[in-house]
Design a protein around this ligand. Structure first.
Ligand SMILES: [Fe+2]
Length: 196
């Protein structure tokens, strides 16, 4: 490989990394906006209450999102120590089924939000320096940064969906608004235009 080819490849790598950084930052920010909407729209009582034994209290989801983000990005990718090791077991979904989560000494809402904010700030610093040189995942070795950032963004979106279900189960006045669906067709069935 010539120096020119090597230089071009390095430029391509830098361009790819910058594009990925932008994409990941956008996905993380979008997920967090949905999380904030779902958890800022109810009061503290509704956040800590279990609205169904099938679901976690919303405040558990809130801190669990932050805890998984810390685990996979700050610790696995960034090699950092746990920020608050004493709370790690509380937010381990395998250790505590949903039915028992309300009995745990969970972080109260303001501390759960502060924890998520602290983790996200550090994650964005980590993202600024990410080179995405390792995209794979294999048992027994550190998770690749490209995989981990994508997984964490997806994880938060999945919990947003779970929290939306909790909102639907919750009793009381609805706190989320959505645009009205379009009117149903007169015959009750939407048909594509005829083709010839
Ligand atoms: Fe989870």
């Amino acid at each position: 490989m010539t120096d020119l080819q090597a230089g071009t490849e390095r430029q391509d790598d830098l361009h790819t990394a910058a594009t990925l950084r932008e994409l990941i930052a956008r996905e993380l920010t979008g997920a967090r906006e949905r999380t904030s909407l779902l958890t800022d729209s109810v009061d503290s009582g509704d956040l800590v209450r279990q609205h169904s034994p099938l679901m976690s209290p919303l405040v558990w989801d809130l801190a669990h999102i932050a805890n998984q983000e810390e685990l996979w990005l700050l610790r696995e990718v960034g090699g950092r120590e746990s920020l608050h090791p004493e709370i790690d077991p509380l937010y381990d979904a395998f250790e505590h089924p949903r039915s028992e989560r309300p009995t745990l000494p969970l972080l109260p809402p303001d501390q759960a939000r502060a924890y998520g904010h602290e983790v996200r700030g550090r994650v964005l610093d980590l993202l600024d320096r990410a080179r995405f040189s390792d995209s794979g995942f294999a048992p027994g070795r550190r998770v690749g940064d490209r995989f981990a950032f994508g997984m964490v963004a997806q994880h938060e979106v999945q919990h947003d969906e779970t929290m939306l279900i909790t909102h639907q189960i919750r009793t009381g006045a609805p706190v989320l608004t959505a645009a009205a669906p379009p009117p149903a067709p007169a015959d009750g069935v939407s048909r594509p235009p005829p083709t010839r």
